[in-house]
Design a protein around this ligand. Structure first.
Ligand SMILES: [Zn+2]
Length: 310
């Protein structure tokens, strides 16, 4: 039990905060200081020198008095805080500001493995087969880097979760190690799911090695584009997943000619990306062809395949 007069022995908020924050003489009752609950670059912690109330506008740390502050700061019990804050135990200060460890980048490897294992080979009539067929992509055998997931979680902006059939694709880094998954959320009948983002990355963006290269290899941004170009030109094709990753593409050993599939869009990102990659590869003495789909306006090789097939 604390003695009945414990409150009287407590340090005043002005003295407490004064020691911690080097307040200038004559500081206002409500002062703004650099927060010690997060690595603050400019003052965002409001402290009241009368009541001891504090509140950080940046990290949200808050409490009603210096006891709350002391408990939160040192992670001690109420009783210990009261004991330390009684004047005779005030040699606890000054204290170094808390340096919260920086958030580490998420390690997705366990989740990648789990989702990949839950996937199954694409088979006739499943949502992925129906989705690809709807885009005029028909293959006797689907690449093993593509799988069908019957019930993949989708996290919405408000953090609610729903489950959908999906096409999952393994994205690998330059060493061929799985670095991430490309997910295309679908409906049971093979349409794109009506979600704010029906295509999503998990982990690092990498290359989807759809087919075994010969001396020739075609590269495209999207999965559907890459396979469409393969069906039209009979050249093995990979998807680089994003235009930024396409620009960084490094051909594997043994490939001497690279066909770069350029998407046609109004901003000309597709053509610019193709040109940038082409100049890089030419400097490395690799033969390059830029393959633009014969379309007026915007579109990609899948749009062209659909036009001539349907
Ligand atoms: Zn803060």
């Amino acid at each position: 039990m604390l003695p009945p007069d414990w409150k009287e022995g407590l340090v005043s908020p002005a003295d407490f905060y004064g020691q911690l924050f080097e307040l200038k003489p004559g500081s206002k009752t409500n002062s703004l200081v650099k927060c010690c609950f997060h690595s603050d670059t400019r003052p965002s912690l409001s402290i009241n020198l009368d009541s001891g109330k504090y509140c950080c506008f940046s990290c949200g740390a808050k409490g009603g008095d210096v006891i709350d502050f002391y408990q939160a700061f040192h992670g001690v019990s109420f009783r210990d805080a009261v004991e330390c804050l009684s004047s005779n135990r005030f040699d606890y200060f000054p204290v170094p500001a808390i340096q919260r460890p920086k958030k580490q980048s998420m390690d997705f490897s366990w989740l990648l493995k789990r989702i990949w294992k839950e996937g199954q080979p694409i088979s006739k009539g499943d949502p992925v087969d129906l989705y690809l067929a709807g885009r005029c992509i028909r293959l006797a055998e689907y690449p093993s880097v593509l799988r069908y997931h019957p019930n993949l979680q989708y996290t919405h902006e408000d953090d609610t979760k729903t489950f959908h059939p999906a096409m999952i694709a393994a994205m690998v880094d330059d060493n061929g190690k799985i670095a991430g998954l490309h997910r295309t959320y679908l409906t049971e009948d093979g349409s794109k799911a009506d979600l704010s983002k029906s295509k999503r990355f998990l982990g690092s963006v990498g290359t989807i090695r759809l087919m075994k290269p010969t001396k020739e290899l075609a590269v495209a941004e999207g999965i559907e584009t890459a396979i469409s170009y393969h069906l039209l030109a009979n050249i093995p094709a990979w998807s680089c997943s994003s235009s930024r990753n396409l620009e960084k593409f490094e051909p594997p050993e043994g490939v001497s000619t690279v066909f770069i599939c350029a998407d046609l869009d109004r901003s000309e990102t597709g053509v610019k990306t193709a040109n940038a990659l082409a100049s890089k590869l030419i400097r490395k003495r690799i033969e390059v062809r830029i393959a633009k789909p014969p379309l007026k306006g915007s579109g990609d090789w899948n749009d062209y395949l659909k036009r001539i097939t349907t």
